[in-house]
Write a protein that binds this ligand. Structure first.
Ligand code: ZN
Length: 227
């Protein structure tokens, strides 16, 4: 059995936007721990998604913490609006933040928790200096941009490396794994050290309710044996 409580963060990007408020309420009722919100600018990643007004709309439908993953160039320009819209955790990309330390401190000064995300090609070691300041680390297990991609297995050793850096660095950051989660790989992500699993299609694909999908993920997570 997993010895730590692993959390589930459904990514609203994979949901039906035409009934966003309803889906957010269903997701909270289904036992999700966070609502993960993917903000994309069409520059840092090819896709263009949502910004602060939609974050505010989501905020009005849930009391769950909003876990905002900022995939934009110059993220420092957006973090204030995202916190004011109701973001609780604001995570920016290492690859996009020219002044990472300054941006992390800005997020904290605004009253939110701060995180840094790294793409599949970015080594874990790049985060060593930043770790003591962080509340969250996101390890991308797909190249960011679109929901519904398959997990890149060669990134899994990096999840374990990040787990070790966090634990041995006396850092309290939660390690979130983002991309390609399925019921049949959830246990492996827990065993590699994930604290929070982002669920896109795994929460919102058609054919089953979000409650059924989160229950299946929870069962897979709870059944994971952790050394
Ligand atoms: Zn994300």
């Amino acid at each position: 059995m997993a010895s730590r409580r692993v959390k589930i963060a459904p990514s609203i990007l994979a949901a039906d936007f035409s009934r966003l408020g309803e889906v957010v309420r269903e997701t909270e009722a289904a036992g999700a721990d966070y609502i993960h919100v993917d903000v994309m600018d069409g520059r840092f990643v090819p896709n263009l998604t949502i910004g602060p007004p939609v974050v505010a709309a989501i905020r009005s439908h849930t009391s769950l913490p909003l876990d905002v993953h900022v995939m934009t160039v110059e993220p420092e320009r957006l973090v204030g609006d995202l916190v004011r819209a109701g973001g609780d955790i604001i995570t920016v990309h290492w690859e996009a933040a020219a002044h990472l330390r300054r941006t992390v401190h800005l997020i904290k000064e605004l009253g939110a928790r701060a995180g840094v995300a790294i793409n599949p090609a970015t080594p874990a070691a790049m985060l060593v200096k930043a770790l003591p300041d962080l509340d969250r680390v996101i390890c991308l297990t797909v190249n960011p941009g679109y929901a519904g991609q398959s997990l890149i297995p060669s990134v899994l050793p990096k999840v374990r490396q990040l787990r070790s850096l966090i634990d041995h660095g006396g850092c309290a950051a939660e390690l979130e794994v983002d991309g390609g989660l399925r019921v049949d790989n959830a246990a492996s992500l827990v065993q590699h050290g994930g604290d929070v699993l982002v669920a896109g299609a795994a929460a919102y694909a058609e054919g089953k309710s979000v409650a059924e999908r989160i229950a299946a993920l929870r069962a897979a997570i709870d059944g994971a044996s952790v050394a």
